[in-house]
Design a binder for this molecule. Structure first.
Ligand code: GDP
Ligand code: IMO
Ligand code: MG
Length: 420
């Protein structure tokens, strides 16, 4: 039995979906613990691509039970769309997907407020527009609406009325009909009633029974509201702490924490990015790596692997293993750079400080390594990689001081090198 946490260790889109699906093969339970439909996790099996926003990426394994914990913010319309999409593809979901009754719900006004804030040039962050920030604000402000509230008409009406009243100024000019909203969300509640459960009870029971459990993070550590490049972050904690608070389990249950890293770095939205490529090179890498957002379709910003950020992520998450993805995207590079340190005004900086002023002033210090310039996508054993590719992976391991347990060389489940 084991309880493993999979966390994004950079700025999101590291390939968590692929890794969770792969490890799902040997799991009984896969659970999401934070974020919402801002996530876009891609799973590719036998040429069929599935992009999941809320449903855990273990769902394609018919014997895996999937949980969405209290730490996730739920857009019920999106959950129903995903269920429908999967069922149409022959993946049966209804009898093995359970959502915490304590998970907060995203309502239309959250999305309106998210987009409205984004239109203000002083507040623009490049969010996904999915209403994530405003929904977490209501949660912390203790006026949020939870999944269990969708099962009780009186409570739901009262809470929606209160929210519309409190937000009246911000929502002025918007066409919002309270009764239509209440009816729509009651309907969502009815459609999901059988799937609402107490996830803490279920998951603790599974752990006691010795099941293999995988906890799936969304976003990445550098988008963490506490530890990321604030204010250019999301509104939850994508780092490992949420695996406990977002599901209702204790930290002593966790056996290992795997950080997923791309073999280079990407970021979507605004914010500092010390190792970012110039636009011309970024364009080429974007096309090799197909670096376009799985949720919004936006082009991703691209840059070199940043070992300073990686060490920071390893520390925040207590990583026990690394999964390196997209090694194949580097196949064409003649020379590869790794950022091994930063300088600020000539002074070497060992530890990352994520405040906006400091991180935007740092100068990366690079080490250059020769590329391998041969395809890696069909390789399944570490020893069969060229010496240059092996050295690159070993260099990352050495700089982060955490063992690499998995290397991904393509988007398909089978395009993986297991190093353990
Ligand atoms: P996530 O949000 O962390 O799950 O990552 P995304 O799904 O948003 O983005 C990762 C993208 O890279 C997806 O299109 C995956 O299909 C793709 N991908 C994952 N691993 C690999 C890999 O090793 N090589 C290549 N070429 N693509 C990969
Ligand atoms: P996955 O799980 C990459 C980014 C947005 C924006 C910031 C805040 O697929 O890795 P939000 O909508 O959360 O308020 O946006 O966070 N962002 C992501 N970037 N991958 C994600 O998820 C992301 N989820 C949010 O682009 O910069
Ligand atoms: Mg993604």
């Amino acid at each position: 039995m084991s309880v493993r946490v999979i966390v994004g260790a950079q700025w999101g889109d590291e390939g968590k979906g692929k890794i969770v699906d792969l490890l799902g093969t040997e799991s009984d339970v896969v659970a999401r613990f934070q974020g919402g439909a801002n996530a876009g996790h891609t799973v590719v099996v036998n040429d069929a691509q599935f992009i999941l926003h809320l449903i855990p990426s273990g769902i394609l394994h018919p014997d895996v039970t999937c949980y969405i914990g209290n730490g996730v913010v739920i857009d019920p319309a999106e959950v129903l769309r995903e269920i429908d999409f999967l069922e149409k593809k022959g993946v049966h979901v209804r009898n093995r997907l359970f959502i915490s009754g304590y998970a907060h719900v995203i309502l239309p006004y959250h999305q309106i407020l998210d987009k409205k804030k984004e239109r203000d040039p002083n507040l623009f962050l490049g969010t996904t527009g999915r209403g994530i920030g405003p929904a977490y604000v209501d949660k912390v402000d203790r006026i949020g609406i939870r999944m269990i509230d969708l099962l009780n008409e009186d409570v739901l009406r009262e809470k929606i009325s209160l929210n519309l009243q409190l937000k009246a100024d911000q929502l002025a000019g918007q066409e919002i009909n309270r009764d239509v909203m209440v009816a729509e969300y009651l309907q969502f509640g009815e459609q999901l009633r059988a799937n609402v459960a107490d996830i803490s009870v279920l998951l603790n029971k599974d752990i006691k029974a010795g099941k293999n459990v995988l906890l799936e993070g969304a976003q990445g550590t550098l988008l963490d509201v506490d530890f990321g490049t604030y204010p250019f972050v999301t509104s939850s904690n994508p780092s490992v702490g949420s695996a406990c608070s977002g599901l209702g389990i204790g930290p002593t249950n966790i056996d290992s924490v795997i950080g997923v890293f791309k073999a280079y770095t990407t970021r979507v939205g605004e914010g500092p990015f010390p190792t970012e490529f110039d636009e011309e090179f970024a364009k080429r890498v974007r096309s090799w790596g197909n670096e376009f957002g799985a949720t919004t379709g936006r082009p991703r910003r691209c840059g070199w692997f940043d070992a300073v950020l990686a060490r920071y992520s390893a520390r925040i998450n207590g990583l026990t293993g690394l999964a390196i993805t997209k090694l194949d995207v580097l196949d064409q590079f003649g020379t590869i750079r790794i950022c091994t340190g930063y300088q600020i005004e000539g002074e070497f900086v060992e530890n990352l400080l994520t405040d906006r002023q400091t991180i935007s002033r740092v100068e990366p210090v690079y080490e250059e390594m020769p590329g391998w310039q041969q395809p890696t996508s069909d390789i399944r054993e570490f020893e069969k990689l060229s010496r240059e590719a092996q050295n690159y992976v070993k260099k990352i391991e050495e700089l982060i001081e955490v063992p690499v347990t998995l290397i991904s060389v393509g988007s398909e489940r089978k395009q993986t090198i297991i190093c353990e």
